[in-house]
Design a binder for this molecule. Structure first.
Ligand SMILES: Nc1ncnc2c1ncn2[C@@H]1O[C@H](COP(=O)(O)OP(=O)(O)OP(=O)(O)O)[C@@H](O)[C@H]1O
Ligand SMILES: O=C(CO)[C@H](O)[C@H](O)COP(=O)(O)O
Length: 404
């Protein structure tokens, strides 16, 4: 990685001298944030790095999905690929949505809600509606972080439904912005080095919501149905269209191995990978560019009913050339995944069996026995590879320039 340490700033140094002048005063754009004016003022300031920071080295990843679609689980798999645990900022707001590890910082875009729960109710808008979100601030802060500058990011408190005073976010090596709208605003989209969309079909979303909200949160079946229905129009208008911009889409559908199944327990999962994306080369099964249908069950892979079926082939997705890897069914024995792994190529692993090792390490995470866990792990490894390629390119750039 390029060892381009930036200036060590002091807290007394004028902020305007170290950050570009915004097009309009930040205070003006904050008028709908509901926390106190003192904390609002501090949110509008960008605090410089207090120790050292790297300039423009932050790789930015976008992860879009509706609520309850597995973003947190995916993030836990991703941060694990880089090693070390991800934790909320130390000594900060206990209801912070941010997760920090040695390499990654994951920020939740719910923190850019410009209307709190009451505000949304009064205005009759959902959190999915762009009018309930501050895209100007999101753009400015993601840009600042990408440029190696620290920001004071607001916090949306899911416990109280209020906007809490902001928290300091230092520029990490990898910034993940996860939530409802990472690809909605073109300015934010253009800052992303890689983007992922978790596309959970309505049937599966419903099954997962029931599992979680009935078992863990005590909601009734009727209230879950009502909340899904209420979100649908805005989901279709503002969230779902973002998948056309994603570099990788993980699509989760009911199985086709059991006709008429609507339990949502056995899943058909597709990994849709865009061709021609810089620093990203799609994974393939057996032979790159061919169309392959594969049932691995037999002597080397234990499969109980209804078995496992893989598919791989080229396709078109929103007018883009893509490669699709699909897995229908679930593993009986996770250690046998090595057999499947050995038939996949371009996995960007550091050693043979790394995918299987990662999956075994997190066998207790939801989706570990099916394509959701497998493809999330693979995308995590591809992101590590992308990060390593970007930083290697940056590190060699001054060398190339000095040779010229
Ligand atoms: N791959 C999976 N297989 C089965 N169930 C899953 C899977 N991923 C997530 N779930 C279910 O969905 C629930 C929500 O998952 P998770 O917390 O990762 O989603 P989220 O998108 O971060 O949710 P939220 O935005 O509401 O915080 C889990 O508790 C689990 O019940
Ligand atoms: O879609 C969501 C993203 O997670 C939430 O519903 C949104 O952030 C509002 O949160 P809450 O329901 O806690 O007020």
């Amino acid at each position: 990685m390029a060892a381009s340490a930036c200036t060590v700033y002091t807290t007394t140094q004028s902020l305007s001298s170290i950050s570009s002048t915004p097009s309009k005063p930040l205070q003006q754009r904050h008028h709908v944030l509901l926390y106190s004016s003192a904390s609002r003022r501090s949110a509008s300031k960008r605090r410089p790095c207090l120790v050292t920071c790297s300039v423009g080295d932050t790789v930015v990843i976008g992860l879009a999905a509706d609520s309850g679609c597995g973003k947190s689980t995916f993030m836990r798999r991703l941060t694990s690929v880089f090693g070390g645990a991800a934790e909320p900022p130390k000594g900060g707001n206990p209801d912070s949505n941010t997760l920090i590890s040695d390499t990654t910082t994951v920020i939740c875009l719910d923190d850019y809600h410009s209307l709190d729960r009451t505000g949304r109710k009064e205005k009759g808008v959902t959190a999915l509606d762009p009018r309930a979100n501050d895209f100007d601030l999101m753009y400015e802060q993601v840009k600042e972080l990408k440029e190696g500058k620290a920001v004071e990011k607001p916090i949306y408190n899911h416990v109280t439904g209020l906007l809490d005073p902001p928290e300091l976010i230092n520029p990490p090596k990898i910034l993940v912005i996860e939530g409802l709208h990472p690809m909605f605003d073109q300015r934010v989209r253009d800052l992303l080095d890689f983007s992922i969309y978790l596309d959970i079909s309505n049937e599966v979303k419903f099954a997962w919501k029931i599992q979680r909200d009935m078992a863990e949160r005590g909601h009734s079946l009727e209230s879950i149905k009502a909340s899904i229905e209420a979100r649908k129009p805005d989901f279709e208008a503002y969230i779902d269209p973002q998948k056309q911009y994603a570099d990788a889409v993980i699509e989760v559908l009911p199985t086709q191995l059991i006709p008429g199944d609507n339990e949502g327990k056995i899943l058909r999962v597709k990994l849709i990978m865009k061709e021609g994306v810089k620093y990203f080369s799609p994974v393939y099964l057996f032979d790159e560019g061919s169309t392959v249908s594969w049932i691995p069950c037999g002597r080397k892979l234990t499969c109980s009913y209804p078995g496992i079926k893989f598919f791989y082939g080229p396709d078109s997705y929103y007018g883009h050339e893509v490669s699709v890897l699909e897995m229908d069914g679930q593993f009986d024995r996770l250690d046998e995944l090595i057999y499947v792994e050995s038939h996949l190529s371009n996995l960007s692993t550091n050693f043979y069996g790394e995918v299987t090792q990662q999956m075994l390490k997190h066998a207790d995470f939801p989706g570990s026995n099916n394509g959701t866990g497998l493809f999330q792990t693979i995308v995590g490894l591809k992101i590590r590879d992308l990060y390593e390629q970007i930083t290697a390119t940056k590190a060699s750039a001054p060398l190339q320039a000095s040779k010229a």
